[in-house]
Design a protein around this ligand. Sequence first.
Ligand code: ZN
Length: 61
Amino acid sequence: MFFGRRFPVEKEEETLISTEIYSCSDDSCIGWMRKNFASDDLLCPMCGSTMDSGVKDLPEI
Ligand SMILES: [Zn+2]
């Protein structure tokens, strides 16, 4: 489901791809990583908490 994003976009030519990621299970932490680059232990690189799988729109690499 998509909701309108009303904040201005400076680089509209940038293509965002829905990418599988792991995000930190701690709501107060912004840590996440791409599944492709996830470490074997699946712990947050910022705080060491466990990670939950999810999807994030990221620039194509
Ligand atoms: Zn974290």
